[in-house]
Write a protein that binds this ligand. Sequence first.
Ligand SMILES: NC(=O)c1ccc[n+]([C@@H]2O[C@H](COP(=O)([O-])OP(=O)(O)OC[C@H]3O[C@@H](n4cnc5c(N)ncnc54)[C@H](O)[C@@H]3O)[C@@H](O)[C@H]2O)c1
Length: 306
Amino acid sequence: MQAERNRVLVTGASGFIGSQVARHLAAVGHAITALDLRPPPEPHPAGVKMIDCDLRHGKLPDDELPHVVHLAALGGVRPSMERPLDYLDTNLGATIRLLEHARKRGLRRFIFASSSSVYGPTAGRPSKEDDQLNPCSPYAITKLQGEEWGQLFAEKHGIDFIALRFFAVWGPGQRPDLALESFRRKILEGEAITIHGDGSQRRDLTHVSDVARAIEAALAWNGRGFEVFNVGTGRSHSVNEMLRAAEAWTGMKTKVHYGPAHPADVPATLADVRKAEEMLGWKAEASFPGRSPLPNSGKAALGLLR
Ligand SMILES: NC(=O)c1ccc[n+]([C@@H]2O[C@H](COP(=O)([O-])OP(=O)(O)OC[C@H]3O[C@@H](n4cnc5c(N)ncnc54)[C@H](O)[C@@H]3O)[C@@H](O)[C@H]2O)c1
């Protein structure tokens, strides 16, 4: 039988980050149960158990749940401005439901996908975990509240709750609504790109493989209680640099318009990464845009080559 410490429930396991986290954790020896309300883009590796469940009201697993990696959520600051109640239900309501359910089934450690958006506008300086927080969108507020509920559960119920604040994640299978993937697809389809603002906004771009390694490190960490770590690189890139990377990956260009800045966007995100380095022994390894572009970056990826 698999040791208890190796049994991990991964929620949002069909998503961009979750599918790669489930694969990575399975590869390093954990027994993974992958939960989502939709099927994965590619089959999970052999041995990964799948559960089809909507965390808001579906039937949650009855087994012991010693370790949970909770990635399921509605992502994106911009759409959260239009659908705040949906974000509240999924990102906060379902998180509390899962925490309470898992607590009754032997929960020991809960890894929570938080976000750099909890920092709000920072004037470009590196954000530290103990900085004052200023979430500026419904999405960011749900992430901060998720952390607060986790702290409560850690203090009242003695679980370990580790919030990992991911900074703009990129890599194979990246979300279509995020700038890099949106640019890449529009270039390939010959569609014009609209950039909100002048393109000087900067993001700390963190590769999904580094995020998977950070989650592995958080599961293995020997600390206890409530803790928060930035998961970023400590370097940032402008939206105009992302556009140039998408052009380089596709070998093509398209028309670009510059429009008004989006009210939910912050000018810059940048992680102070010292805490994760010192306490988790984790450091980002991939750099943007790196030597090799995303796999399948060209027309074939979109089925445009016949
Ligand atoms: N991608 C980023 O740059 C980024 C940055 C910071 C934080 N995060 C956080 O990381 C996590 C993963 O993000 P992602 O980019 O992989 O998003 P994603 O949208 O690709 O994946 C989220 C997954 O959650 C699932 N899900 C949503 N609601 C659900 C529900 N009610 N029940 C069950 N499953 C549900 C979706 O089906 C999806 O597969 C999210 O919590 C997100 O907020 C992502």
